[in-house]
Design a protein around this ligand. Structure first.
Ligand code: ZN
Length: 87
């Protein structure tokens, strides 16, 4: 009887331990593998979800731009065009 309990419980216990360890490992990998990229303009690191990817030039080179830099460019452009048109 004790042998039967041992035979049944041992694989369950091993499976539970492996399951728990692999889940911990997965969580750690997800955290460390969060895709980070450097903004082409300010050189700060951001999560990929916070960056805009744009193909620049004819070589298929992809650059990433952060929201703050895009906003700065927009304001800079607005300032320049308003000076040129005299508004
Ligand atoms: Zn930036």
């Amino acid at each position: 009887m004790l042998f039967i309990i041992f035979v049944i419980l041992t694989p369950i216990a091993v499976w539970l331990i492996l399951h728990f360890v692999s889940r911990q490992k997965d969580a750690g990998e997800i955290q460390s593998k969060a895709p980070m990229e450097v903004c082409a303009l300010c050189q700060n690191e951001f999560l990929m979800s916070e960056l805009l990817e744009k193909e620049v030039g004819g070589y298929g080179r992809v650059y990433c731009f952060c929201g703050q830099c895009i906003e700065n460019l927009y304001h800079e452009y607005q300032k320049q065009t308003s000076i040129e048109t005299g508004e």
